[in-house]
Design a protein around this ligand. Structure first.
Ligand SMILES: [Zn+2]
Length: 323
């Protein structure tokens, strides 16, 4: 049982309230990782997970419960591989969270998505608490231009030359890809915007939030950008770690641990150096859902207001343009 205490201090010159959070156990800040399962095998991420476990990080590893019948753009093992499944279940037993990355590595019809969620429950004892859309799957929920409203959606479509315009339909009732009702019933947290700031909570102080205009998702969370080892390490620089600590913030890194974090039997040296340094700080190193549960129960209400949502959408587009 954790006790939630939020102290709010508002200097006169501040226009926006930035709550100072008292983290459970007297920790100074929070840090975790959502690992997108693309390309991940025991051989290319196994050592990374042993390393995280040794340093007492407990993070979130996503999975595909089902093997697809078609060809993926980005694939990897699924929970239908017995050796891989056994390894993933051993991670869960050690305190890692298992997250959801859609039913499989390519687009699934409604029945297949429902079967994927049921399979997840059979394998891990519960429906997924946290998930992230697999970027190319057309049943992704509120994805592509559906992440944005009005002018921001138009700018996004212009930048992407309409490649993602109304492609993603997991939230569209009546569509063969629709599974919004099951998402509402089974999944607690869905990832949305990813920002450059190491302090995810500073970039998105509202998370986890509900968006009344996107009702099939219970709660959204944001993440910090670091899709492969170089960008992850850049985000986790010594200077940024110290700022995360000083700000008492929370970082949810979104990454693909299969992308360069392991070199043969060892962990990439700079990543190892940065994570060891971070582990010596007084951080709360818990899985994504544990962190979000704490934030959620600290809030009186979590419906995002239109002006707050516009701020997130604008910031996300600006971050994207800068990359
Ligand atoms: Zn993916």
């Amino acid at each position: 049982m954790v006790e939630s205490v939020i102290t709010i201090t508002v200097p006169a010159q501040m226009k926006t309230i930035q709550p100072k959070i008292e983290w459970p156990g007297g920790h100074d800040f929070a840090f975790t990782i959502f690992d997108d399962t693309d390309l991940a095998t025991i051989d290319n991420v196994g050592r990374v997970y042993s390393f995280l476990e040794e340093l007492n990080f407990r993070t979130t590893k996503s999975v595909w419960p089902c093997r697809g019948s078609g060809t993926p753009s980005f694939g990897g093992p699924t929970c239908e591989d017995p050796e891989y499944l056994e390894w993933v279940q051993s991670l869960q037993a050690s305190g890692f969270e298992i997250g959801y990355h859609n039913a499989t590595y390519h687009t699934s019809l409604r029945e297949q998505t429902v079967a994927g969620l049921e399979r997840f429950r059979e394998l891990f004892g519960h429906y997924p608490s946290s998930m992230a859309n697999h970027a190319s799957n057309a049943e992704s929920i509120y994805w592509g231009d559906s992440r944005l409203d009005g002018i921001y959606s138009s700018v996004y479509n212009l930048l992407l030359r309409n490649r993602h315009r109304q492609v993603f339909r997991g939230h569209v009732e009546g569509d063969p890809l629709f599974w919004g009702d099951y998402c509402k019933q089974t999944v607690k947290y869905v990832r949305n915007f990813v920002f450059n700031d190491i302090n995810t909570l500073k970039a998105c102080p509202f998370m986890p939030y509900h968006d009344p205009d996107r009702p099939w998702v219970n709660h959204w969370f944001a993440s910090s950008e670091g899709p492969a080892v170089e960008s992850f390490n850049a985000c986790l620089s010594e200077k940024n770690q110290d700022r995360l600590e000083a700000e008492g913030g929370a970082c949810i890194m979104y990454t693909h641990l299969a992308c360069g974090f392991q070199e043969g039997e060892t962990v990439q040296p700079r990543f190892a150096q940065l994570m060891k340094r971070l582990s010596r700080k007084n951080g709360w190193f818990v899985p994504v859902s544990t962190l979000l549960d704490f934030l959620l129960q600290s809030r009186a209400q979590n419906n995002i207001r239109p002006e707050e949502r516009a701020r997130l959408q604008r910031k996300w587009l600006l971050d994207k343009v800068q990359i």
